[in-house]
Design a protein around this ligand. Sequence first.
Ligand code: SAM
Ligand code: SF4
Length: 314
Amino acid sequence: MQDLCGRNIDYLRLSVTDLCNYRCRYCMPESGICKRPHHEILTIEECIEVAEAAVSLGVKKIRLTGGEPLVRRGIVDICRALRALPGLEELCLTTNGSLLQELAQPLRDAGVDRLNISLDTLRPDRFRDITRIGTLEDVLSGIRAAEDAGFRRLKLDTVYIGGFNDDEVGDFLALTREHNWEIRFIELMPMGPCAAWDRTCFLPVSRILEQFPELEEIEPNGVARRYRLPGAAGTVGLISPVSHDFCAQCRRIRVTADGKLKGCLHSKTEISLKGLHGEALADAFRQGILQKPARHYLAERPSDTPRNMNQIGG
Ligand code: SAM
Ligand code: SF4
């Protein structure tokens, strides 16, 4: 279905929980969040109904996210049910990778097509520092488990943070020489805990091209401009929501774990889907797509959403 700007909305990001086993400094408060009562969170059946309604309106790709989607009880069942929806072409999942050692194979068997694994640093001490809880080795083992389970062309998502990991770009690029992965550098967006961070933390990813002029441009994919080191097996993606917004090409719509439809990650406007079924649910989706904001204003001011990223899903 098209929105009022003529954008074809065919991609749903569905959050299945706002809980997480990490506390990344830019995403969540150190104390974590209060667990919501069960009745506020979409049930497995409601997640499936929401996905069905979206697919009936032309959504072809669904990405499950969170919080950390792999801490959601029943995640494998949700994946299996969504993959069976007629008309859905691609089921993807974004994870911090920490639980993939146990879950990569069940997710693959349930029909998940693609995985994005978030990884902001290759240094164990920095990893612990940014996640406050996590262990780098868990994620590296998770990446190996994903490959063993048959996931190919993994995307590794790295939030590019000035003064934290901007000196590791070369180490990340080196991974693409041997591995058929896409390493994607994403600009830090000023929202939630990081909205008040020093401006020096917010760097345009175009700096990476200045630093590594040997990167050769290849065809873009969605919102990522893509590059390759000469002869490398893998690729590099640069995603610049702040310095070079891609709102005019945005095909996404989002549903939060508490069942709020969001036309834009950074907008305050939400439509509650909880308790809606059948035609009423589809109508709410139509309304959300028609009300999708034309753009965000991140280049001018912090995000308008009062939510932290774990409460939306990225
Ligand atoms: N827990 C999963 C994970 O970390 O991959 C999925 C949810 S997480 C909110 C989705 C993505 O959003 C992660 O790659 C995370 O690094 C990214 N993210 C969180 N806050 C961000 C921010 N302020 N700017 C840019 N990316 C952010
Ligand atoms: Fe959890 Fe992902 Fe947020 Fe990190 S970025 S705290 S892993 S939801």
